[in-house]
Design a protein around this ligand. Structure first.
Ligand code: HEC
Length: 311
């Protein structure tokens, strides 16, 4: 009996009965949580400076991004590397906020059925992507990624592209009037560069195929990181060279990170099929097979644009 009333008089029982005080304390607890979220925003000027080091997507990349959203790639792929040791080892340098400056909407994703794509740019050759989207299992045995054959048949809609550029410009992306007026020229020039690169692998493509825009988008992901880290130039420049960066973020990346950033610098210019060392960490250990079939399969299997094998 006495133990029962002791329990009822415990300090927190008394507190819970005092509804006014309890309400005040709950409010204070919630306010602390709010402050923890708000205070970092006051450091936002640093991020604004970093944003200046990030290039907006080219029109072709923006179109590829639209296709990425349309196809729901975010259901299986994230685009955010958390600052955790295992993630950094697997995917590369962790994501910085400025890298998302022109992402509208964000493609952070919430599930990783496939690997994170935040550092995909320069990791694979254009030809690898061409083969992979046509038939993922031909490149990565056992892959559960669906094929996207219709991207080879469908053409980029220039009017849609212009609307995208115009809308992004209105939202603050620094495109010029020229980007809007001559969007087709921008699409064609960058698309043709990818087509020419594919041609060196015996692949026949057209600049206005949707797959070309998708490849352009894949190849830009994560490539602005070197500028953000102040290690822009391939020539050995002293750390912290880049103007406007004085944050601790400019510290040298942890050892083992070179593959991601070097590859990023090589970007689309790379036409050697070599995969970066350290790739074995990536998915399913099947990547080496992918490299082999990449070179074997390229010419004959170039998917015909008018193949009917599509949904
Ligand atoms: C059902 C889930 C699923 C969907 C949807 C999906 N993927 Fe994947 N993706 C995977 C898996 C699993 C892998 C790893 C195996 C492989 O490489 O095929 C992968 C691998 C990749 C890779 C290779 C990454 C690397 O370098 O190893 C790229 C690029 C990629 N996906 C892009 C896309 C894009 C773009 C879309 C949308 C058009 C998409 N994926 C849709 C599951 C998915």
């Amino acid at each position: 009996m006495s133990t029962q009333s002791d329990a009822n008089n415990h300090w927190h029982r008394r507190l819970e009965r005092n509804t006014t005080l309890f309400t005040v304390l709950v409010t204070v607890a919630i306010l602390i949580g709010g402050l923890v979220e708000l205070i970092p925003l006051y450091q936002v000027h640093q991020r604004a400076e970093d944003t200046a080091l990030v290039e907006p997507y080219t029109p072709l990349e923006a179109v590829g991004r639209d296709i990425y959203v349309r196809e729901g790639c975010y259901n299986c792929h994230s685009q955010m590397i958390r600052p955790l040791h295992a993630e950094v080892l697997r995917y590369g340098e962790w994501s910085r906020s400025a890298e998302y400056a022109y992402d509208r909407p964000f493609q952070l994703g919430s599930r990783r059925i496939g690997p994170d794509l935040a550092r995909e740019g320069g990791l694979r050759t254009n030809a690898w992507h061409w083969e992979h989207f046509w038939d993922p299992r031909a490149v990565v045995p056992g892959s559960i990624m669906p094929a996207y054959k219709w991207l080879y048949r469908r053409n980029v809609d220039v009017d849609d592209a212009r609307a995208t550029v115009r809308a992004l410009r209105r939202l603050g992306t620094p495109y010029t009037e020229d980007h809007v007026d001559n969007v087709e020229r921008y699409l064609r020039e960058q698309g043709q560069a990818i087509v020419d690169d594919l041609a060196t692998q015996g692949i026949e493509a057209r600049w206005d195929q949707e797959i070309i825009a998708m490849i352009a988008y894949m190849q830009v992901l994560g490539t602005h990181l070197p500028a953000l880290l102040g290690e822009d130039a391939p020539a050995p420049a002293p750390a912290g060279e880049a103007p406007g960066v004085d944050a601790p973020e400019t510290a040298a990346p942890p050892a083992g990170q070179e593959p991601a950033t070097e590859e990023a610098a090589a970007d689309q210019a790379a036409d050697e099929p070599a995969l970066p060392a350290g790739e074995a960490v990536a998915d399913e250990g099947a990547d080496e097979d992918g490299a082999e079939s990449d070179t074997e399969r390229a010419p004959q299997d170039a998917p015909p644009a008018q193949d009917g094998d599509t949904p």
